[in-house]
Design a protein around this ligand. Structure first.
Ligand code: NDP
Ligand code: GDR
Length: 353
């Protein structure tokens, strides 16, 4: 029988990959999108206006995680077998400027959905996936981090997600709901939002390759992140909801890389070797061939508090779900730079017409 899924945050990076995966598996997919003054469905237009949309397999609903009645109505109308709660104000730095809104959307928004399931009496039918995060570990010194590593959130975003994490655990224990937290480490792709560091770097590199960019301004180059590919991480989300019992799982690659190294690899994709000079806010990356400064540290991008090192151990997911990350960070850099180079070439071709 056809399964029905409801995805919040369907217009985001993970929402787009997950919608595609579920449609390929034959699901009927409902997605919640926010009203926006500009188009915000770019990542899913191909799904929506393609065969899946026209035959009613893929449907979009206006909604917002801050609007409880709207969420109850959508859950009531769609009666999903599975809900994937991916919607969030997901930018860590922005959460310091919008702490209350982030708590409302990321923290309370999760409770609104869990309550919608209860109010509608769907506890026995609807399985729930929560997009938890490696940011929960925050300033925790232990690495690699597992499902049992203590949490120490270090931003309004992480604190809001911690509340959501514990509410999922509580609803699971209190009401017997099939609700699981995916503690996902950073995952990227050509669909990654442009203000996250990996995409910011690969876009800048593509622009510089075509003579369009001058200098890339970055914040903390020493931060270490465990970067995997988003397409593989949404498979893990799905696998969590196919288990007999709900549980919490880490998804990660087990390799951590500095922002500086990621930047270096991205430039090497266009044949540029960076020579790093200076320290702290004076640190700059020069093109070794012509001495031109291509990267510069700008304190504007520093965070009031930083998460220094994230490195995940996904042994539990490997053993129980059969999941593993297949794309290494070098291949990820290559794919992202190639996609951004292609899109700059496309823009140039349109301009030349
Ligand atoms: P994105 O920022 O790309 O997508 C976030 C989505 O949430 C967008 O569709 C956005 O809509 C929507 N959204 C934001 N606020 C609201 C709101 N108030 N009501 C309804 N929808 C809203 O994030 P990702 O796809 O990268 O991440 C998906 C989830 O996983 C997020 O919850 C994120 O916090 C979490 N996560 C992500 C990781 C990563 O490395 N990518 C790692 C661990 C966790 P719009 O398009 O209109 O902005
Ligand atoms: P993160 O991702 O905060 O880990 O959250 P982001 O790409 O924003 O930052 C990663 C690291 O890079 C450093 N950094 C910069 N970051 C940005 N955005 N811009 C810069 O110019 C820059 N320079 C250095 C940051 O300080 C940080 O250390 C992502 C989001 O997807 C969350 O929603 C998710 O929960 C976590 O990953 C896991």
């Amino acid at each position: 029988m056809t399964k029905t899924a409801l995805i919040t945050g369907v217009t985001g990076q993970d929402g787009a990959y997950l919608a595609k995966l579920l449609l390929e598996k034959g699901y009927t997919v409902h997605g919640i999108k926010r009203r926006s003054s500009s188009f915000n469905t770019e990542r899913i237009d191909a799904l929506h206006y393609g065969p899946h949309g026209s035959n009613g397999q893929f449907n979009l609903h206006y909604g917002d995680l801050t609007d409880a009645t709207n969420l109850i109505r959508i859950v009531k109308e769609t009666r999903p077998d599975e809900i994937y709660n991916l919607a969030a104000q997901s930018h860590v730095k922005v959460s310091f400027d919008t702490a209350e809104y982030t708590a409302n959307a990321d923290g309370l928004g999760t409770v609104r959905l869990l309550e919608a399931i209860r109010i509608l009496g769907l506890e026995g039918r609807t399985k729930f996936y929560q997009a938890a995060t490696s940011e929960l570990y925050g300033r925790c010194a232990a690495a690699p981090q597992t499902e049992t590593t203590p949490f120490a959130p270090r931003s309004p975003y992480a604190a809001a997600k911690l509340y959501a994490y514990w509410m999922v655990v509580n609803y699971r224990e209190a009401y017997g709901m099939h609700a699981s937290n995916g503690i996902l480490f950073n995952h990227e792709s050509p669909l990654r939002g442009e203000t996250f560091v990996t995409r910011k770097i690969t876009r800048a590199v593509a622009a510089i390759a075509h003579g369009r960019g001058q200098c890339l301004y970055l914040g903390n180059l020493d931060a270490c992140r465990d970067w995997g590919h988003a397409r593989e991480y949404v498979e893990g989300m799905w696998l969590m909801l196919q288990q007999e019992q709900p549980d919490d799982y880490v998804l990660a690659t087990g390799v951590t890389t500095t922002v500086r190294q990621f930047t270096q690899w991205a430039f090497s994709e266009i044949g540029i070797t960076l020579d790093w000079r200076g320290e702290g806010v004076d640190e700059k990356g020069f093109d070794t061939r012509n001495g031109k400064c291509l990267v510069s540290v700008d304190p504007r991008y520093f965070r009031p508090t930083e998460v220094d090192v994230l490195l995940g151990d996904c042994r539990k997911a490997r053993e129980k779900l059969g999941w593993r990350a297949r794309t290494g960070v070098r291949a990820l850099v290559r794919e992202m730079v190639a996609a951004d180079l292609k899109s700059v070439r496309g823009e140039l071709a349109v301009e030349a017409q």
